[in-house]
Design a protein around this ligand. Sequence first.
Ligand code: CA
Length: 228
Amino acid sequence: MAANILIVEDEASILELIALNINQAGFNPIRAINAEYANNLVNEKIPDLIILDWMLPGMNGIEFLKRLRGNSLTKKIPVIILTAKSEEDNKVLGLDTGADDYLTKPFSPRELIARIKALLRGRSPELINEPITISKLKLNPETCEVEFDNKLIKVSPTDFKLLHFFMKNSEIVFSRNQILDKVWGRTSDVDYRTVDVHIKRLRECLADSGKSKLIHTIRGFGYKFSEK
Ligand code: CA
């Protein structure tokens, strides 16, 4: 699931530039041209991160940030402040108000994406679609490819989701029901034995590369993905 990133920016060209880069990075951009509208959006659905322009018509970025930090539902949303103001005291005010990071315009989109990833990595690493490599097995969520020693391993879409889940949560033991919840979703009506079927298939896919042993059966409980 891609991270929802709310961009609050009144300059249309900057708003679109940021949205484009966020989209290309595999995240889901949500646009707001002022803080009042952003506030409505946040009340409907809490975003995973907010990019907030300081100078906005109406409620400015700092006032909106104070409002977010004063509400128990929104106080932990990571916020990156954008501003044309480069003075040190403004930066201090932004960080004092509870911004997690701060970028001065003009900034490079690449740097903004790097800062977003750094914040999400700390808070919600499952939202970053970065390739994961464990024991030379490489999984790329953006291309949906699995490789070992630069050779592609063919897996079905469901088995890919299952392997992605395991590699993001390696060394943790999960019950079949937990795996069902996380990979198939709570609302799915598949049976927990489906997990066994897919694990068996996934092991077969990994067998040629000698990596099927990465998936451990924990007797009487479930499964774990582990190098050990
Ligand atoms: Ca502005």
